[in-house]
Design a protein around this ligand. Structure first.
Ligand SMILES: [Zn+2]
Length: 87
């Protein structure tokens, strides 16, 4: 009996570990984060159309919950760990 419940615990822990992480703000299960980037772009303007769009600088970027849109991370490594269930 003792052994059986230990097996159950292990099975439950594995099942828990395989579940996608939950948003700490709204509790929804997340298998991805929405990456948002604010950037400075330039383009050649010929009067009727734009050509040669280029991203000159990324001014800000973050990772947010696709459900509640709260910003969860600004650091890529932390966001990655969260998705892998390590944080
Ligand atoms: Zn959320």
């Amino acid at each position: 009996m003792e052994e059986m419940s230990e097996e159950m615990d292990l099975a439950e822990r594995i099942a828990e570990a395989l579940k996608p992480p939950r948003c700490p703000e709204c509790g929804s299960e997340l298998d991805y984060l929405l990456y948002v980037e604010e950037a400075l772009n330039t383009a050649k303007f010929y009067g009727d159309d734009y050509h040669s769009w280029d991203t000159v600088a990324v001014q800000d970027s973050w990772y947010e919950c696709p459900n509640c849109e709260k910003i969860l991370f600004r650091d890529r490594e932390l966001a990655n760990k969260f998705l892998r269930g390590e944080e």
